[in-house]
Structure formats: structure tokens, C-alpha cells
Write a new protein. Sequence first.
Length: 286
Amino acid sequence: MERHIVPELKTRLRFQEYGVGIFPLISTKSSLKKAIKKGLITINDRKASTADYIEGGEIITFKRDQAVRTKKLLGLDLEICYEDDYLAIINKPAGIPVSGNKHRTVANALSGNLKPSNQADVLLTPLPVHRLDYPTSGLLLIAKTQAAVVKLGNMFSERTVEKTYHAVIIGKLDDEKGQITSEIDQKQAITNYNVLSTQFSERFTDLSLVQLHPETGRRHQLRIHLSELGNPILGDPLYGKEETLLKGKGLYLHASTLRFLHPILNSELEVKSKLPLKFTRIFQGY
């Protein structure tokens, strides 16, 4: 049996938002819903539901399912680009998922890389608050407290977190700057691009280094938009062609900058990540 006492809250929260991360085995919304459905969680000795609201002072208990095994930490060294008592930003390696059912995920490696928070609403397991595709490298924002989870989640919903990506694409674009708009999964998707450099390639004729600023966050948005232009990202197995794959090199897409107002400290925060070596071997000086 695990026990969590809710600290004083400024505003009440839905339990399906507050409950993520307060116990080590409940690090995602889906795992929280499963535990609630099985009746493993109580709030003040009453079975919890996703409709409950948390106001502060509640005693939340979690009775581990006998079939659930304790999650083992993943021994993976992560590059920490920024860290304080409330949040962290790590440089996600390409070829590893952010989270999921497999053991080898970024989420399972966070506790072994980040310093524990001293805040009253500390998450027992630090929690990624957005996603990067499995083959994409770059900056990933992590919450270390419950307040950070909620506030950062709202910031992503309100699109106040500015993200910049770099990609190597096949061919040339007609314009040095532009905007791509189209529907993805029946929702509007907007991507701004800026061509930084173009190099001749014996294999692909031309390769271009582009800077990308997504205004929306649809699944695979950047990969789909560039493919729609006829300039797929180098190494994209889903939206490119088989001949654009480079053995052992993966996808040439990197999340390079995060810029936002710190949700707790209220200060401007901008973190940048250097381009991977596979980028700079093609485009020297970047």
C-alpha cells in the first residue's frame, strides 16, 4: 500500500490530471485509468473515479495489483540540458521511445538521471509532458512536480511553448521562407520553415538544411508536411521513399530549441541543443 497526502492547492484539479505521477507505477494517464478501473486507488478511503476533484489535504492510497511488478529503472545516461526543482529538459537520443510498454524508454531512465525535487508535490517518477517520435532526437520537457505537470500541460494546449526543429530534406525548396498548411487527421496543421543551406549530393542531387517552427502539434506533422511538398526528410521510412534511407543513420529530424515562460518561477527560459554529428557532417558550420 502506498500513500500520498495532497498539499495545499491554489485551485482544485481533476483527479485524472493530478493523479499522474504521484505513484511510481502510475506515470501515464492510461495507467491511472486502469488502476482506477480496478479499484486500486482510494481518496479519503473512498474508491477514486476520473470525475473526482482534488482540492488539497486528501489522502490518496494505491494498492498495488498483485500482477504488477515493480518497475525497474533503465540504466541509460541522458544529457541534461536544464534542470531545477520543478522541471528538466533532456536531450532525447534518436531511436528510443519517450514512453510506452517497453522497458527501454526515456521515461524509465529519468529517475536515474535527474535530481529529486524538494517540493511538497514532488512526482515520485518524473514525467515527460510532450512527445517526440521514436526516431526523432532533441529537447524533451520533463515535469518533476504535480504543479509543473498541470501548468506545462496547459501551456502546450494553449501553444505558448515555442519549439524549433532542424531537418535535412531531399531536394530544394522554391522559397527560402514559407508556411505549410494542410489538414492532418481532419485538423488544421501549420508549419513555418526557413531554408538555412543547400548542398549538392551525388546520391540525392540536393540536400537542404531547414529550420522548422510548428504552430500546431499534430502527430508526425513536420514529416507529413515536408513530404507533401515533395521534399521528405532524409531517412524517413514512413513518408519518404526507400531510396532516401541511409543504413544506420535514422531520421534527420532534431528538436533544437524550447522557449517558454517558466510556469513556476515566471522567468523566460530558452534552451538550445546542438545539431547531431550526422547533420554537421553534411552541413559544416551549423
